[in-house]
Ligand binder design. Structure first.
Ligand code: NDP
Length: 246
């Protein structure tokens, strides 16, 4: 790491998928990165090793974002090891595709606890702990604009994240912190691929006018913009990244 005191970026759910590529991108841009994960310890550790070998600062911290105590500890450990957080990326999320009528109480709770409460938990910590001039990027989904059957509970959990984004941006008045959300369309990760047939994946890939699935790097590029000085005047917005799907 060339900078003595690099800015600190905390990425939730960065062991795999989009979050891991965001961690790689922000590390390349000079951030010290915190790779949060819930279960995938070996993937998170491997990513830390890869980034350190490339000369970057990186740590992995296990924390279930749905648990407020875990999230407080996530910020504590970050501050102890790297310093106060400048950039918070609320990427951790889960998707269960299932008609509303077939959702169990546990399914509903899991989706809302991770996607919505998880975002609430980190935002609440960020309110007092983020450095002035910081950046927050939450994760919604373009499905909010599509109203696809089978996605009702997931979409509801992400629509709530969009509401948190709009209001929290205003509540941070005076702190010089922007709060935005990115809402990806289908991205080729485990979360999207799981349980889908080849035909379904092919159909999704043909939906956007750009006629392909999103890649994690497409979304990391949007996050990179939102945390950059170039996005200083973008605040309280939801940016859909989906090749023109919706
Ligand atoms: P993946 O399933 O590939 O990765 C999910 C990541 O979140 C993993 O690192 C996982 O960690 C972590 N995670 C899950 N639960 C928790 C938890 N309770 N606490 C902390 N971390 C957790 O998902 P994607 O990369 O595809 O998705 C990232 C975000 O993008 C999500 O918010 C998703 O809703 C959103 N999104 C994705 C789209 C897509 O098509 N892929 C489309 C629209 C939005 P671990 O492995 O340790 O469990």
């Amino acid at each position: 790491m060339s900078t003595a005191n690099p800015k600190v970026a905390l990425i939730t759910g960065a062991s795999r998928g989009i979050g891991a590529v965001i961690a790689q991108q922000l590390a390349k841009e000079g951030f010290a990165v915190v790779i949060n994960y819930a279960n995938s310890a070996s993937e998170a550790t491997a990513l830390v090793t890869e980034l350190r070998e490339a000369g970057h600062q990186a740590i992995a911290v296990q924390a279930n974002v749905a648990n407020a105590n875990d999230v407080a500890r996530l910020f504590d450990e970050t501050e102890q090891q790297l310093g106060k957080v400048d950039v918070l990326i609320n990427n951790a999320g889960v998707l269960k595709v299932l008609p509303l009528a077939q959702h169990s109480d546990e399914d509903f709770e899991q989706t809302f606890n991770i996607n919505t409460r998880g975002t609430f938990n980190t935002l609440r910590e960020a309110a007092t702990r983020l450095n002035s001039g910081g950046r927050i990027v939450n994760f919604s989904s373009s499905t909010v604009g599509m109203n696809l059957p089978g996605y009702a509970v997931y979409i509801a959990s992400k629509a709530a994240v969009e509401s948190l984004t709009h209001v929290f941006a205003k509540e941070l008045r005076g702190r010089q912190i922007t709060v935005n959300a990115v809402a990806p369309g289908p991205v080729a990760t485990e979360l999207f691929m799981h349980g889908k047939t080849e035909e379904q994946i092919e159909a999704f890939s043909k939906m956007p006018p750009l006629e392909r699935l999103g890649q994690p790097q497409d979304i990391a590029n949007i996050v990179s913009f939102l945390v950059s000085p170039a996005a200083a005047w973008v605040n309280g917005q939801v940016l859909r990244g989906n090749g023109g799907l919706v």
